[in-house]
Design a protein around this ligand. Structure first.
Ligand SMILES: NC(=O)c1ccc[n+]([C@@H]2O[C@H](COP(=O)([O-])OP(=O)(O)OC[C@H]3O[C@@H](n4cnc5c(N)ncnc54)[C@H](O)[C@@H]3O)[C@@H](O)[C@H]2O)c1
Length: 358
């Protein structure tokens, strides 16, 4: 029953940082909240909205506040490393958004600092906190599938959201920012069984026409150390008005004693309106028909935010306040997931079989 009070700094006051800060602001263990962003007005706006006691356009200023013992880094994909390292060096616990970094060099630097400081770094793979995936993990842990010999995981999203991500992070691809969730899921389910080989193919289309290096579609086959074969696929360039707010997937786990099928396309919850529903991620974009519940992070309803990112944030704050274990991805696991996504890109680009570790 021991409780530790928390002071939280949120670095990056964009879409995810705003959600994390709103959730931290109402968590009972949190007594102090500070927010920062490279864009000072954005940090000020979020501080006003959440009642944060402090804001700045200087990340280190919020990270090093004496009241702060927990730091959430929600900056763009390529700007994760520096604030994470600064926070770890000051002895603060850190949650960083996925992917841990865009390069193995940055990820390895972060892992070295974790080891040197004996730090606590977790990575926000919030898909784990969607109930169906938590339940799948539970069934696997109980041994109900026997030996998992294969799996298929595929994810779809519309180009409307993908183009938003590529605009801020042109080096990212649907593999490194989207398929990465499903690499995390399958490696979590097959924990202790590393990927040893990757083959993949990709095809270019509308993302290339928009000036980016990313493929529209990528299909990969991963082989795990015990021989399990796993098919991963993603098309993040479906037409802009495809009725999704972000996450549509299908996950099938095939074991010697059991099978799990997760239909996560959200086709069972549809809303249609002549008035249009604003897309939660893409400013100015609205849909007439939409799969409800297809926003990856979750949804606002009745004044609260509900869904995977809410449960993940609460679980992390509970973990820090009470010391109870949590299922958030560790830094080492996130580094492994980054390596696999980079291998998938390399395999698709070269048409070669890629052996892991790289
Ligand atoms: N778990 C999820 O459901 C989920 C969903 C979407 C995005 N993400 C991840 O969250 C992260 C942020 O995505 P987002 O959608 O919030 O993006 P965003 O563009 O809405 O916000 C990013 C913010 O970071 C700020 N920023 C950039 N560099 C900075 C720096 N060096 N210092 C301070 N501020 C800086 C930008 O000004 C912007 O306000 C990404 O890593 C992304 O992949 C996670």
């Amino acid at each position: 029953m021991q409780r530790k009070g928390l002071g939280v700094a949120v670095v990056g006051s964009g879409r995810m940082g705003s959600l994390r800060a709103s959730l931290a602001a109402v968590h009972p263990a949190v007594a102090f909240l500070a927010v920062s962003d490279a864009d000072r007005d954005r940090a000020r706006g979020l501080a006003e909205k959440t009642g944060a006691q402090f804001y700045s356009d200087d990340n280190l200023e919020v990270i090093s506040r004496p009241e702060v013992n927990a730091v959430i880094v929600s900056t763009s994909e390529s700007a994760h490393a520096l604030p994470v390292i600064q926070a770890l060096e000051l002895g603060k616990s850190v949650l960083v958004e996925k992917p841990i970094a865009m390069s193995l060099k940055d990820a390895d630097h972060m892992l070295r600092v974790v080891a040197q400081t004996r730090g606590d770094l977790r990575v926000g793979y919030s898909r784990r906190f969607k109930r169906s995936y938590l339940l799948a993990k539970e069934q696997v842990l109980a041994g109900r599938l026997g030996q998992i010999v294969g799996a298929t995981l595929r994810a779809y999203n519309s180009r409307a959201q993908t183009l938003q991500v590529l605009e801020r992070s042109p080096d990212a691809t649907p593999v490194t920012f989207g398929m990465t969730y499903y690499v995390d899921i399958i490696c979590w389910l097959l924990q202790g069984n590393p990927v040893v080989e990757v083959v993949a193919r990709g095809q270019k289309g509308v993302l290339k026409a928009a000036g980016y290096k990313a493929d529209d579609v990528t299909w990969a086959i991963l082989t795990f150390a015990d021989g399990a074969v796993v098919n991963l696929g993603a098309d993040y360039a479906l037409p802009a008005n495809y009725p999704t707010f972000g996450a549509n997937s299908r996950v099938e786990l095939l074991g010697t004693e059991g099978v799990i099928l997760i239909d996560d396309d959200n086709k069972d919850q549809i809303v249609y309106t002549e008035r249009g529903i604003p897309h939660s991620y893409v400013p100015g974009h609205s849909l007439n028909t939409a799969f409800m519940g297809s926003t990856a992070s979750g949804d606002w309803a009745q004044g609260d935010f509900w869904g995977p990112l809410a449960d993940e944030t609460r679980s992390w704050l509970d973990h820090l306040a009470t010391g109870r274990p949590c299922s958030l991805t560790t830094a080492a696991d996130a580094r492994r997931t980054l390596e696999i996504t980079l291998a998938i890109e390399q395999a698709a680009l070269s048409n070669q079989t890629i052996k892991l570790p790289l």
